[in-house]
Design a protein around this ligand. Sequence first.
Ligand SMILES: [Zn+2]
Length: 191
Amino acid sequence: MVEKELLKIFKSEQALLSGHFLLSSGLHSGQYMQCALLLQKPWIAQGLCQTLAKKLSGIKVDVVIGPALGGVIVSYEMGRALKIRSIFAERVDGTMVLRRGFSLKKSEKVLVVEDVITTGKSTQEVVKLVKEHGAKLVAVAAIVDRSGGGAIFDAELFSLLKIGITTYRPEGCPLCGEGRLPVVKPGSRTH
Ligand SMILES: [Zn+2]
């Protein structure tokens, strides 16, 4: 699957919208990505993760882990594709932990996954958790890498799609300047 095909799927599933958006950060943008809309179709999620898993060929992995909520589905489908255990980490009082009886053994080879890596902060927290358990990070993988090369891990980062989404402060937003499109909150009914 090449990036072009992937972008087509993103657009047809409305997971990547073009327009004029007000983000929760208060910034404006001409594009908006909602990966959950892609993953809501299990057959699409499965296909994407199979393709992502192929990129890891040659890397031996024992267990895959992702941060809740975004990483849960990707972890599950990567576990299916690689035929390995799939678990997830969740935040309790601000700290990423393993619950529900999930465990990581010493020297287990671990793949950390996410749906979208933007700053890589939660992914980094899962990497830390993996190391605290004495397990070994062998790779990081995400459906989308939006970090622009800014997310650096102690293992190689694999992704299906690298995309940069430019954001603007409202006062400097060229889309506001054009005045053609009113700014909308993504997820509102009109879009
Ligand atoms: Zn604007």
